[in-house]
Design a binder for this molecule. Structure first.
Ligand code: ADP
Length: 226
């Protein structure tokens, strides 16, 4: 599903943000990426979404080799990868429903199919009944679940969650993590970055630790102590 072979990323003449990273993530895996600030986690995720290009090395995601990827194929790639961020990035002047529906409108889906799809996804993230709320009328945890609904509504094969619980209290953080687990059970590969040790230790998933741009450990059912 995701293959990185000796990937290096240098932004400028200073040291590389990532150095010869090799990784293999199977379909339907749930992988947690940890490491101190500045370790290279965001860079890794940006390489996967093609926001950044590697300086050297090979990246293949869902059978797409990034070396031969043309700019006009990037939107297609991005449909395979849903992304959620720490700060939600919702559209403040649209309702919950509209925020999710918008992701379908921009890829040209018709109203009938949108009306069929949006409720199903809001149900998955536990937001049934909140369709007409504005983002400002929601808790942080609910906002993040809207962001997740929007990220999965086009049924991506991979969901990247970059510090999705960073702004949330523990209860809301767990609501969000439970939703990620549910989406993973439905068959989506999940990549999660977090600084929350309790979450890492309770999830007991594969944990990849990055430090100074290299993978220093990669363990199944792992715990994490910073
Ligand atoms: P993390 O997500 O683990 O905090 P990052 O991937 O953001 O780490 O950063 C890794 C390194 O790359 C850091 O030294 C950071 O300063 C550098 N870096 C990140 N983005 C850029 C950029 N756009 N230009 C230059 N350097 C960058």
């Amino acid at each position: 599903m995701i293959l990185l072979d000796r990937v290096t990323k240098k932004y400028n003449r200073s040291g590389p943000a990532l150095e010869r990273i090799s990784l293999h993530v199977e379909p339907k895996e749930f992988v947690i990426i940890v490491g101190p600030s500045g370790a290279g986690k965001s860079t890794l995720l940006k390489l996967l979404t093609r926001e950044e290009k590697p300086t050297s090395g090979k990246i293949i995601v869902g059978g797409i080799d990034y070396e031969t990827l043309k700019d006009k194929e990037i939107p297609l790639l991005r449909r395979k990868i849903g992304v959620v961020f720490q700060d939600f990035k919702l559209l403040p002047n649209k309702t919950v429903w509209e925020n999710v529906a918008f992701a379908l409108e921009i890829v040209g889906m018709g109203n009938k199919e949108i009306d069929h799809t949006v409720p199903r996804v809001l149900d998955i993230v536990g937001l049934k009944g909140k369709e007409k709320r504005m983002p400002r009328e929601l808790s942080g945890g609910e906002r993040q679940r809207v962001a997740i609904a929007r990220a999965i509504v086009r049924q991506p094969r991979i969901l990247i969650a970059d510090e999705p619980t960073g702004n949330l209290d523990p209860k809301h953080a767990w609501d969000v993590i439970r939703v990620l687990e549910k989406i993973n059970r439905f068959g989506t590969t999940v990549l999660l970055t977090t600084h929350n040790q309790e979450i890492v230790n309770k999830l007991k998933r594969r944990v990849i630790t990055i430090q100074d741009g290299t993978v220093v450990s990669d363990r199944a059912n792992a715990e994490y102590h910073a």
